[in-house]
Design a protein around this ligand. Structure first.
Ligand SMILES: NC(=O)c1ccc[n+]([C@@H]2O[C@H](COP(=O)([O-])OP(=O)(O)OC[C@H]3O[C@@H](n4cnc5c(N)ncnc54)[C@H](OP(=O)(O)O)[C@@H]3O)[C@@H](O)[C@H]2O)c1
Length: 315
């Protein structure tokens, strides 16, 4: 597998690929995908959630990131209803947490091997699939967000053994990993990873070394929080003056510039920006066609990288 010769310029539904072709889990996908977490905000407007997913497919997206714990099953449920087999969308889910409705984070960690297995079963049922093509192991040794304590601190080798067993059994197609540090990633490489998901954006680039390692290993880099998320405490791409200046000069939005920079920065990067707004979805797809010249890229490369963590607002 290489990142230089993706094979197809359009999706199964005949739409030009959003952001061009990339590779994930052994298949070609559009480089601009969709992160479905924000759909949880549309719990009371199922029709709007379904419309966003259909619009994503129409726009040339065929990679959707989800989790059973998004909206306590609501997000997987609308994906199951909206996405048809003929859309040939690569559905990617994650395990390592479970719904906790009413809790401060809406989810709690579920890191133990038997909990990972239960998470896969919940996703299979929620998405109505016999196999989930790619599942990320959401680790919890580092942030942002919840960190493991007590019996939730589980050795990564025990978790990878369970993920490998689930792959051998055909319940999952490929393994990805998330919230990971360099040492853990090196330990995970022998199982054969399809992707790494860590928090990373133009304004928060602490994992540059890891991105490089993924590229060298032909592992897709699928950053979550590519815009800085909706959570307080995480640095936002739209708050960065250099980004807004470039956006103004190009007649684009700061979010579009942030996403375009990610696509230019590394060829193994695939985007999963999250939105519950059709206009934003369309803008995010359009960012895949933005060309940034060398001077602009140099100005954006010089933006300082900041770290942050999710701040939970209590009522
Ligand atoms: N592996 C993991 O552990 C993990 C963790 C967290 C998230 N994820 C995945 O990563 C995806 C992306 O993360 P995220 O959704 O939290 O954060 P994000 O994509 O960085 O940002 C989402 C925020 O940006 C806004 N936004 C999106 N497009 C915009 C645009 N064009 N203009 C202005 N604002 C825009 C959204 O608001 P609107 O809804 O109003 O557009 C929302 O507030 C998630 O959806 C999820 O699938 C994975």
């Amino acid at each position: 597998m290489t990142y230089s010769s993706p094979s197809s310029e359009s999706t199964a539904t005949g739409v030009p690929r959003a952001g061009g072709p990339g590779l994930l889990a052994g298949r070609t996908v559009s480089r601009v995908g969709y992160g479905a977490m924000q759909l949880a905000r549309l719990r009371d407007d199922r029709r709007a959630a379904l419309a966003i997913l259909r619009r994503a497919v129409e726009l040339g997206i065929d990679h959707i990131d989800t989790a059973q714990f998004y909206g306590n099953g609501f997000v997987n449920d609308v994906i199951r209803e909206a996405i048809r087999p003929s859309d040939d969308v690569l559905l990617v889910s994650k395990v390592g947490a479970t719904p906790d409705p009413g809790g401060p984070h809406q989810l709690r960690l579920a890191q133990r091997p038997e909990e990972l297995r239960a998470g896969v079963e919940d996703n299979l049922a929620g998405l109505g699939l016999d196999q989930i093509p790619l599942v990320n192991l959401r680790r919890a040794a580092r942030g942002p967000g919840l960190r493991a304590e007590g019996e939730q601190i589980v050795d990564i080798d025990d978790q990878l053994a369970e993920m490998t067993a689930l792959r051998d059994e055909g319940k999952i197609g490929e393994i990805g990993i998330s919230h990971i540090g360099m040492d853990e990633l090196r330990r995970a490489l022998p199982v054969g990873l399809a992707c790494v998901q860590n928090a990373y954006s133009l304004v928060s680039r602490g994992d540059e070394d890891m991105l490089r390692l993924c590229r060298a290993e032909n592992i897709a880099w699928v950053p979550f929080f590519p815009l800085g998320s909706a959570f307080p405490g995480m640095p936002k791409v739209t708050d960065e003056p250099a980004v807004t200046a470039v956006a103004r000069s190009l007649g684009r939005t700061p979010s579009q510039v942030g996403l375009a920079w990610l696509l230019h920065h590394a060829p193994n990067t695939l985007l999963i920006p999250g939105t519950a707004d059709v206009g934003h979805l369309e803008a995010n797809v359009a960012s895949g066609a933005i060309a940034l010249d060398d001077e602009t890229l140099a100005a954006l490369d010089a933006v300082p990288s900041r770290s942050g963590d999710i701040v939970v607002e209590r009522p």
